[in-house]
Design a protein around this ligand. Sequence first.
Ligand SMILES: [Zn+2]
Length: 246
Amino acid sequence: MKTIDINRRKFLNKTGAALVAAAAGSSLALSALQAHADAAAMTQTKQSQAATTPQKALQMLKDGNARFVQGKMLQRDLMQQVKATAAGQFPFAALVSCIDSRASNELIFDQGIGDIFSARIAGNFVNDDIIGSLEFACAAAGAKLIVVLGHTECGAVKGACDDVVLGNLTQTLANIKPAVAAVPGFESNRSSKNAKFVQAVSDTNVALTVKRIRQRSPILHKMAQKDEIGLRGAMYDVHTGKVSFM
Ligand SMILES: [Zn+2]
């Protein structure tokens, strides 16, 4: 797979060079060059991070997820990005999301090394340690956007709905219980067997987590008020690969 990718990249490079040589100065060559440049991912730098607004950071994630859904991910030389970021990182966003194996942030947003901070915990809630991590990401390391990302079919949310008791997980799920309690109705079935109820709890859990970040972090709340950072909730659909922003 890796060999194929490398060969494909070499082929594309050669194709681009051949096009330029064959039609030097023509608009065809220019558009071919442009298409090639667009397909390669850039590594975040101090300058690129400083030039990124919260709105632009949000658009970068939206564009990345659109590429993922369409199967048109950017070309990345990850080891080159390792080298380029070794001396410092300048990520444009910080995500709080679930540990779910189907919802890997770098994959579903088509991002590379040094692009995004990821705090992952079952049920994508926040506690003091995760809020501290977000303060590091934004106030110390310059990220412009926080996204709290829930996902459909979340096992942690289902466990909270069903009052699952299992070792340390019991305490973990307790952090999602306020979202369960905050969803009214569904009196006939408030268990994990009711898919609509589970999704309502997942949506509420994201909204409450966003609210909790504002309430518990004066630093991040102030940065958001001054539009130095964005703070958004989102939901990942494990059936389609699509992220919907709230
Ligand atoms: Zn989950």
